[in-house]
Design a protein around this ligand. Structure first.
Ligand code: GLV
Ligand code: MN
Ligand code: MN
Length: 399
């Protein structure tokens, strides 16, 4: 048993939300390496010290709070989407902090805490934990750019005064990540807890279509090489072609589009957009990639455009560790009998990367109306506390 303090946990969640608080409700704008993100990490380092841990930033700004000796690691990330909620990532970090502190105070098992950097993919896909786990080299990462062309190397220079060495994963015996579900299933079923079985795989790249920039009043329709029309055609054709290979669990998204030069009276000469797809089956991800590339090339040829593909980023689907997962299941049954389920994760998490290094397991609590990656993201405080207790007991069992 680790006797956690629910009031202190909720208070710290609200304190973390104050860094980058924005929008309506409990919204947050705290992207990786922003001033709000760095200030939040600085605050977290102080809280780790107060919890009896030694804070250490790694070279990319992931913050570890290290217990003495070998320990269980608990955490998630504290950066947010460009428009995010107060719990995505923050919940797992503050839960880890509370469990580590409570255990330290009571002379319990050593528990370390982590907040990985850029989980939300301003630059890559779960960038900080991908580097820590060896899924992405630091050299490759440094060349990645955000949507405004800022490099990862340039962005992380803003934390140069804080950072130290990489942390040796051999000091940890396992990793637990608690997270909001970010989907509707627990909330709709009135359940309290989800124990994650596996996490889907992802592929993500930038595609650019180039045509000819020209006057929107004088260029006849038949002479245009309009990059936006190419994107529109690509999207329609892709949706038709993917139908043959996907399942109801497969998802794909064009979430970012930039037209050049982005003006009412100019036929756009260039469209750059993000193309992301996710599925639990690595083979299917590969088949989708082939369709995406062929479709873009077909559209480019048909419409007199030029297509270029950016780096393909990705993570493979992973299963959670059976022993740690069982510890979560037993704890869920003890705290929320009949009100929990085993479930896959459609969202990406740092746990995907850490699973390469350590036995890893994850726990979900419900998201109100299934909303996340939006200011409206929220979870009932009773559900947050229930999740904390389930996690604390599982950590104690695993330790
Ligand atoms: C992580 O936030 C994801 O995009 O799944
Ligand atoms: Mn997250
Ligand atoms: Mn997220």
């Amino acid at each position: 048993m680790i006797a956690v303090n629910p009031e202190r946990f909720l208070e710290n969640l609200h304190r973390l939300r104050a860094f980058g608080a924005a929008g309506v409700g409990r919204g947050v704008v705290r992207p990786a390496f922003s001033a709000a993100d760095i200030a939040a990490r600085d605050w977290l380092a102080g809280e780790m010290r107060a919890a009896g841990l030694t804070p250490q930033f790694d070279p990319v700004g992931s913050l570890f709070g290290l217990a003495e000796g070998r320990s269980v690691l608990v955490g998630s990330h504290s950066d947010s989407q460009p428009e995010g909620g107060w719990l995505d990532g923050a919940l797992g970090v503050i839960a880890g902090l509370e469990i580590a502190r409570a255990s330290h105070e009571a002379g319990g098992p050593p528990v370390s805490v982590v907040s990985f950097q850029d989980e939300e993919g301003r630059f890559g896909v779960t960038t900080g934990s991908a580097i820590w786990a060896g899924n992405l080299s630091l050299e490759e990462a440094d060349r990645l750019t955000d949507r405004d062309g800022v490099t990862f190397a340039g962005a992380r220079a803003a934390m140069a005064h804080l950072v130290g060495d990489f942390v040796d994963s051999a000091r940890f015996t396992g990793f637990f990540e608690m997270h909001i579900e970010q989907g509707p299933w627990l909330y709709e079923a009135g359940e309290a807890v989800g124990v994650v079985t596996d996490i889907v795989g992802i592929r993500d790249m930038r595609i650019t279509l180039e045509g000819e920039q020209n006057h929107a009043g004088t260029t006849p329709m038949h002479r245009r090489r309009d990059a936006f029309q190419g994107l529109a055609r690509f999207n329609t054709l892709l949706n038709e072609r993917l139908r043959n290979v996907v399942t109801p669990q497969t998802v794909w998204t064009i979430g970012h589009v930039r037209l050049h030069p982005d003006a009412h009276s100019i036929v756009p000469g260039r469209a750059t957009f993000s193309m992301q797809w996710r599925d639990g089956d690595a083979d299917r991800l590969g088949r989708m990639e082939a369709i995406i590339r062929t479709t873009a090339q077909d559209v480019a040829q048909e419409m007199g455009l030029r297509v270029t593909f950016g780096d393909l980023l990705g993570l493979e689907p992973v299963a959670m560790d059976a022993r740690l997962r069982d510890a979560l299941c037993q704890s869920a049954e003890a705290h929320a009998p009949g009100r929990w389920r085993r479930m896959p994760s459609g969202a990406l998490h740092d746990a995907t990367n850490v699973a390469r290094l350590l036995p890893t397991a994850m726990l979900f609590v419900p998201s109100i109306d299934g909303i996340s990656h939006a200011f409206a993201e929220d979870t009932a405080e009773t559900d947050l506390v229930a999740g904390l207790k389930v996690l604390a007991e599982a950590v104690a069992r695993a330790a």
